[in-house]
Structure formats: structure tokens, C-alpha cells
Design a protein around this ligand. Structure first.
Ligand SMILES: Cc1cc2nc3c(=O)[nH]c(=O)nc-3n(C[C@H](O)[C@H](O)[C@H](O)COP(=O)(O)OP(=O)(O)OC[C@H]3O[C@@H](n4cnc5c(N)ncnc54)[C@H](O)[C@@H]3O)c2cc1C
Ligand code: SF4
Length: 597
């Protein structure tokens, strides 16, 4: 028998980014909110003070989800056996208060306007026959214009650094010439460029490209955010991705949203509480969340609104596991839409240059402290006759290079131009030592690109493998298609051209995309599975993340994305949360039920 708690207005799965924004906004409206978080409590002080410990955070994954309790299985196609991830690989979801929003990199892109009406735009420009075989891409239910006021509000609320490229339709020198029109400039100037970034930018400019400094939720200088308290600018300490920021320069739920929610006295986070199901009554209406408490017992938290906010894969799995007579295939799955359109953003290093005798101080900074070029992102270039759609940004992956990761990361071929007898670019002995002498002299060029949606790429429950409670793991069926292979080949050529211009002494090129493999880190931008739309026949939720078949259940985050554009997701995740909360506050709270546009 579960221990039942008094009913609250809102219960959230986890206390990550979207749950924290919701807690801040709805407690301000007078609502009571409880977050059930499987990890522990973490604050900047004392948890992230002097946390430059690579063994603890990068190697031993202190801020990552515990895969020994709940992992994922993967297979490239439905005919292959699915096997579990037994050690960390393709993605790094978070745990603890703050979620992935604590150990993230904080690069903050708005997607292109044409990313939202993807299907209409591409069909009109290229015709339906030019779209990849078996694709299941569709238009988003929200447009760039719907989200624009919320992008802007979030940037002002939290502080964001960047160089404005398009202000109300007017192109401005130095910014991203391809960005959608912004109603306000970035609140802060961009982060300082790194030496590697400047080397890249000079070469790109000579080739006629228009590089610019990446936008980021890392403060380039002191800023007083919506808490009314000043936060420090970045120290470029280099211990950034997979670490909490020790000076609050990197935005996280802890810096801004959680303190404001706690200040109201109407917010509680229950840590070490693992959510196991959404309960429903006989009519199918959700009544609250069940969870395993830190006392090892089952608890039930009743609530009027249930927020499924545990990050893409946890969200999809919880909905699938929440079966009842009213929802026999899981909540939101009455029309078989749950699990569709699983996508995983491409991140590859097609060209690595060695610059013998030069040093770039790559131990400093962050992924965000370099330039990027946007000429080849999405549909910014004409794809006629290329045999693929979509694109990728190009940027130098040269910051926050730490001692242990560095040993693993330098390709042998980049220092010697050779591979060992097994075709492995890594080496030991003298070659390894020679390689290490050049640890700060190489610059990889990265591409981060679209992951389009295909019928065969999806999530479901694994019939063979279970978690620590004996419940099915989430199974991921995912592989690249010819579209991604051609996209990579095209982008790899562009990287080679830029690398040539940068003038390396040695180089390694990778013209073909590496096979998708759950053992190799890709990005943690794994999306879809619970996509939003305007039609219950091809989506799980409406444009507010409200589940069609359970109107008091709201899903948050990138699980809602119909397909995955070639940029980091959180600008859209947070702005979409603001958009949904506006509708919840102005419509749902007055008249609970289905929200119509
Ligand atoms: C390494 C890394 C780098 C990233 N870098 C960037 C970047 O540069 N730019 C960008 O735009 N985005 C980036 N992201 C993505 C960004 O962190 C996410 O978009 C954002 O955190 C999503 O917010 P969320 O609320 O959906 O999930 P989260 O912030 O992850 O919160 C989910 C919370 O739910 C909890 N939870 C999950 N399951 C359960 C359960 N069963 N019971 C209880 N609690 C549960 C988790 O512990 C977690 O605290 C990065 C992510 C990672 C991991
Ligand atoms: S690099 Fe800057 S934002 Fe990142 S952890 Fe260090 S001080 Fe914080």
C-alpha cells in the first residue's frame, strides 16, 4: 500500500530545467508545486566549490543518471538484437536537482524559422520526391514567431551572451546573418574568442564565409538576472561541461529559477525519489505520480496537474509504463503515436588539424567560446541535386580540454599521419609520448547537424531487459540513413576546405560518417518520441505539450520535437515551456480541460 501525501496543485517528474521554470512561474501564481527528483540536492555552494576534479565528474559521472539502475537498449534496426548500454556512451542525461541543466555546455541557439514549418518549406522548395525515403518529418505546431517573445523574455530573465545578427529584420555586422529576426539584442556581448576559434574564423572569412561568436547562457560579464541578485561573468576555467559552475556564470536551474520558487514558500523538492508511474482514475484522468521514496517504500503524490519533465527518454518511458484500463498502451498512446520520431543530433569531427609548434590554450573556456559558421545549416543553402536535405554548423571543438580526456582524445594519425597495425589511430610507447607533447597544438573541426525523423527510428519498451525494479528498459531503434551519410560527406568537404585554409602541419580527415553506435558519445540531444502537433492522428500532445488523451498531463522538453534541427535544443525547450505556461496560466487554470489554440 503506497504512502499517500496531501494533494498539491502541481507535481513534476524531476527538478531539472523545465520543472524549475514551471515551479518558479506557477508558485508565483499562488499554486503549490512538488518536484520528485531521483537524485540529490546540489547547490553552487558548497557542491561546486573547487570542483576541478576530472576523475570525479567526467570519469565517474557524478552528475549523470545512474545507468546501473536504469539503462537503455539499442539496436540499429528492428531485425537486430537490442543490447543494453553497460557503460556511458552516446548520451549523458543528468540526475540531481538541476538535471542536465547543471552539467550542460550552455550553447544557446534559436532554431531557424524554416526548421519549424519543415515539411511545408521543404516540399514547396524541392518537391516531395526530394525528401528522404521513409522520412516522417512534419511541421511543428509552433512557429518561430510564436516563440520569439519567449526566447527574448528568457534571455532577459536569465542573461545571455551573443552578437546580434538580425534585429527586427535588419542585418547587423558580426552576428549570425542567418538567424531569425530578433525583437531585442542579446543582453550581453559574446564570450571572448579562443585562439583556436580566431584561427578558424580568419580562415573561414578568407573563404567568403561569415563566422561569428556562438551565443551562450554563460555570462560574458556580471549580470543581475530575474532573481535581482548579480551573477559573475565566466572565468574560462575549462571545467564546464559535466561540471556545475562554481561562480554561477553558467545558467542552471539552481542559479535562477529554483531560488525564486523556494522564496514563495509554496515549493518543495523531494530528493532521492524515483518516479515509477502516472496513476489514473476510471475515467482516464491522471491523479498523481507514484514513486519509490528514499525510505525504499512506495509513495503516491496526488496533484491536479502532472508535469512529465524527466528528459526525453525518461518522459517517453514513463508514459509507456503508465498503463491502466483507460490507457492500455500507456498514456498518450491511444493512436499508437508514442515512441515515434526518435532523433539524435549528429556531432562528428570530420577534420582534425595539427599545428606543430603552436599552442592554443585549449584547456580554457567552453564549447561556446569559439566561432561558428552557419552557411551550411538547415536550408540555408540550395540542396538542389545534392541528394540530401538538412545541414550542419561547423565550429572548432577546441576548449575545456582536460588532462584525462585529452589522453584519450588526440588521434595518433593527427600527430604522425599513421595508424597502428590494427588500423587503430591510438598508440602507446614512444609514439604516444610524442603525441602528448603536441596535446595543445591540434584543432578538430566539428559539425553539428540535423537529425531527421524516419519511420524505423523509434523508442519502445524492451521485451528482454529490465531496470533495478524489474520494469522494462526503454529500447532505442536508431541508425543513420543515406541522407545523413550524404549530409556528412558534403559537410566533411567544407571542413576540409576550411582546414586547408587554416594551414595545419598534419591533418586527419574523416569523409564518411562514423557508424551510429550507442557506445560512442554523440550528443545528449536525443529527442522526439512524444511529439507535439496540431493533429491527434500524428502527435501525442498538442502545441502546449498537453497530452491529447489526458489533458491534465503536460510533457516538457525535447521529447516534443517532431524532428531535430542542427543546433542545441535548450533555447527552444525553455521558450516552449514559457509559451505553454502562458496558456496554462491564462486558460487552463481558469478552465481546466483541453487547451485550444
Ligand atoms: C552533457 C550535456 C551538454 C548539454 N549541452 C547543451 C548545450 O550546450 N546547449 C543546449 O541547448 N542544450 C544542452 N544540453 C541539453 C540541456 O541540458 C537540456 O535541453 C535541458 O536540461 C532539458 O531540460 P529538461 O527539464 O527536459 O530535463 P533535465 O534538465 O535533464 O531534468 C530532468 C530531471 O528529471 C529527473 N528524472 C528523470 N527521471 C526521473 C524519475 N524516474 N524520477 C525522478 N526524477 C527523474 C532527472 O534526474 C533530472 O533532474 C546538454 C545536455 C547534456 C547532458
Ligand atoms: S568555463 Fe565559465 S561558465 Fe564554465 S564552469 Fe568555468 S567559469 Fe563557469
Amino acid at each position: 500500500m503506497a504512502i499517500e501525501h496531501p494533494e498539491v496543485d502541481v507535481v513534476t517528474m524531476g527538478a531539472g530545467f523545465t520543472a524549475a521554470i514551471t515551479a518558479q512561474q506557477l508558485t508565483a501564481e499562488g499554486l503549490s508545486v512538488v518536484s520528485l527528483e531521483k537524485g540529490g540536492a546540489k547547490w553552487t555552494w558548497p557542491d561546486f566549490a573547487h570542483n576541478h576534479d576530472e576523475l570525479r565528474f567526467t570519469s565517474r559521472h557524478e552528475l549523470l543518471h545512474e545507468i546501473e539502475k536504469e539503462s537503455w537498449t539499442w539496436r540499429p534496426d528492428p531485425a537486430a538484437p537490442a543490447l543494453p548500454m553497460r557503460q556511458y556512451g552516446a548520451f549523458h542525461p543528468g540526475t540531481n536537482m538541476g538535471g542536465a541543466g547543471t552539467h550542460w555546455s550552455a550553447v544557446m541557439w534559436r532554431f531557424l524559422p524554416s526548421d519549424y514549418d519543415w515539411l511545408t518549406h521543404h516540399t514547396e522548395r524541392y518537391g516531395p520526391d526530394a525528401l528522404p525515403e521513409g522520412h516522417s518529418n512534419q511541421d511543428w505546431p509552433v512557429s518561430y514567431d510564436d516563440l520569439e517573445p519567449h526566447f527574448t523574455q528568457f534571455e532577459i530573465d536569465t542573461g545571455m551572451s551573443g552578437q546580434t545578427g538580425n534585429l527586427n529584420g535588419q542585418l547587423l555586422e558580426g552576428g549570425n546573418p542567418f538567424e531569425g529576426p530578433r525583437s531585442q539584442p542579446y543582453p550581453l556581448p559574446p564570450l571572448a574568442p579562443t585562439r583556436a576559434g580566431s584561427r578558424f574564423a580568419e580562415a573561414a572569412e578568407r573563404l567568403g564565409l561569415r563566422p561569428f561568436l556562438q551565443p551562450s547562457s554563460i555570462l560574458s560579464q556580471g549580470y543581475t538576472d530575474m532573481t535581482g541578485k548579480p551573477r559573475s561573468g565566466c572565468l574560462y576555467c575549462g571545467y564546464c561541461t559535466r561540471y556545475g559552475c562554481e561562480v554561477d556564470a553558467k545558467l542552471s536551474p539552481q542559479t535562477t529559477f529554483l531560488p525564486l520558487a523556494f522564496d514563495t514558500g509554496r515549493y518543495e523538492i523531494r530528493t532521492h525519489c524515483y518516479v515509477t508511474g502516472i496513476e489514473t482514475d476510471n475515467t482516464g484522468r491522471a491523479t498523481g505520480l507514484t514513486y519509490l521514496g528514499r525510505d525504499g517504500r512506495e509513495h503516491f503524490q496526488p496533484a491536479r496537474i502532472i508535469l512529465v519533465s524527466g528528459y526525453t527518454m525518461s518522459n517517453v518511458r514513463l508514459l509507456m509504463l503508465s498503463r491502466s484500463n483507460a490507457h492500455p498502451d500507456g498514456i498518450g498512446n491511444a493512436r499508437g503515436q508514442l515512441g515515434r520520431n526518435a532523433t539524435h543530433q549528429i556531432l562528428q569531427l570530420p577534420s582534425i588539424g595539427m599545428f606543430e609548434g603552436e599552442r592554443f590554450n585549449t584547456f580554457m573556456g567552453n564549447t561556446a567560446t569559439t566561432h561558428a559558421v552557419y552557411e551550411y545549416v538547415g536550408d540555408n543553402f540550395d540542396h538542389t541535386g545534392l541528394g540530401f536535405v538538412g545541414g550542419a554548423q561547423i565550429f572548432p571543438y577546441a576548449g575545456e580540454r582536460l588532462p584525462i580526456g585529452n589522453v584519450e582524445g588526440i588521434p595518433h594519425a593527427a600527430t604522425t599521419g599513421e595508424e597502428n597495425a590494427d588500423g587503430d589511430p591510438r598508440e602507446w610507447g614512444q609514439a604516444f609520448k610524442d603525441r602528448m607533447r603536441n596535446w595543445d597544438s591540434f584543432i578538430p573541426l566539428a559539425i553539428q547537424g540535423d537529425s531527421l525523423a524516419y519511420e524505423q527510428n523509434r523508442f519502445d519498451l524492451d521485451p528482454n531487459f529490465t531496470d533495478f525494479l524489474g520494469r522494462p528498459l526503454l529500447r532505442i531503434t536508431f541508425d543513420w540513413t543515406d541522407n545523413e551519410r550524404r549530409l556528412h560527406a558534403f559537410l566533411a568537404e567544407r571542413c576540409s576546405e576550411i582546414m586547408d585554409e587554416m594551414g595545419p602541419t598534419e591533418r586527419t580527415d574523416q569523409p564518411e560518417i562514423e557508424d551510429y553506435n550507442i557506445g560512442r558519445y554523440q550528443t545528449t540531444h536525443i529527442q522526439g518520441g512524444c511529439i507535439a502537433g496540431d493533429d491527434p492522428g500524428n502527435s501525442v500532445t498538442n502545441r502546449y505539450g498537453q497530452v491529447w488523451d489526458a489533458p491534465n498531463v503536460f510533457v516538457t522538453g525535447a521529447a516534443l520535437f517532431p524532428q531535430n534541427p542542427g543546433a542545441n535544443p535548450t533555447t527552444t525547450v525553455t521558450a516552449w515551456m514559457y509559451y505553454a505556461l502562458e496558456a496554462i496560466k491564462s486558460q487552463y487554470l481558469r478552465n481546466p480541460g483541453e487547451l485550444m489554440s
